[in-house]
Design a protein around this ligand. Structure first.
Ligand code: SAM
Length: 306
């Protein structure tokens, strides 16, 4: 549940996990994960051939240039991204490549877009000084990586295990997602993932919606998560856990989240004995340039449901 970058699933796959069910409501997350599974030989050939072809395409103006040139990306990179994203869609629609190869190309596209983005990693803001040199009077004003040419790179493929990957709300997937072990990693604070990653999500969906406001967001009303809302997070977690079909259940959260450790323990209390591990984790203060360290405690809750 709550796939995110897929880092946890990928780590477990590296330790021999043979089957995985994953869900996230952002296509930009599921596409990167789905696209990283090893392809059949013919799909892999098509993937590498297309990667070379796409990297040689000249830029063309389109939706990305119109919406994001000079903000989240340089204009030159927007032109390249327009050409590449349009061609991936065309290859998929025309059947020139299989769905699996097209998803791997989309994964490579999204990773390349994220590398070229003029942000601090999230898309709730972009840096103001695009066009200027990296450093001015010893001050870091732009990450010079944003000036590198937008380029797709080969993927590090995961073993092609049995998998079911859902793009959509966790409550729609939960009944179809029976498993031995469930790992539940919900958002824990008020920052909505669809706000933080709206640009990647927009590029992944490729529906070309209108964007608005200073941060150029599309209408994400269907993607807002109850887990990021103070009044809804507790009931949503309780409901999700009640509906989970799994023997072993792990839930991760941290000490700066909407719910306290005690509130989560009370949600788990109907299931009998549970265990909590705590891992203190030093982080830097909120906001760029703030260097005050504080300690966050990561919690991992475990219980058996069946
Ligand atoms: C804390 S992150 C998970 C991080 C993940 N463990 C990783 O390794 O990257 C939470 C994820 O849940 C997703 N999400 C939030 N609300 C959701 C919902 N109602 N249904 C499905 N996914 C949701 C977000 O898009 C985000 O990717």
């Amino acid at each position: 549940m709550f796939l995110g970058t897929g880092a946890v699933s990928a780590a477990l796959l590296g330790r021999g996990l043979r089957s995985v069910v994953a869900c996230d409501n952002l296509r930009s997350n599921t596409a990167v994960f789905e696209g990283a599974f090893a392809l059949s030989q013919s799909d892999e050939d098509a993937f590498y051939f297309s990667l070379g072809e796409l990297n040689r395409l000249p830029g063309v103006p389109g939706y990305i240039t119109e919406c994001f040139a000079g903000t989240y990306f340089t204009r030159d990179n927007c032109l390249r991204m327009d050409a590449v994203r349009e061609e991936i869609a065309r290859k998929k629609e025309s059947g020139a490549v299989s769905n699996a190869a097209a998803t791997s190309l989309l994964a490579a596209f999204l990773l390349a877009a994220d590398r070229a983005a003029n942000t601090l990693g999230q898309y709730d803001a972009y840096l103001k000084h695009l066009g200027r040199a990296g450093y001015e009077n010893g001050r870091h004003v732009v990450d010079v990586r944003v000036y590198e040419e937008f380029t797709l790179r080969p993927l590090e493929f995961l073993p092609a295990v049995e998998r079911r990957i859902f793009t959509g709300d966790v409550f729609d997937a939960v009944s179809a997602a029976g498993a031995d072990t469930a790992y539940v990693d919900p958002p824990y604070n008020g920052r909505q993932y669809c706000d933080n990653y709206h640009v990647l999500e927009n590029l992944a969906r490729w529906e070309k919606p209108a964007v608005a406001g200073k941060t150029l967001k599309f209408d994400r009303s269907g993607l807002k998560s109850p887990f990021s809302q103070k009044r809804k997070a507790g009931p949503a977690l309780a409901d999700l856990i009640a509906r989970l079909e799994a023997d072993h259940v792990y839930v991760s959260y941290n000490s700066e989240g909407i719910l306290t450790r005690e509130e989560i323990e009370s949600i788990l209390s109907p299931y009998g004995h549970h265990v909590v591990w705590e891992l203190p984790y030093p982080v830097f203060g909120k906001g760029a340039g703030v260097s005050r360290k504080r300690t966050v405690i990561e919690y991992l809750f475990y219980f058996r449901k069946k």
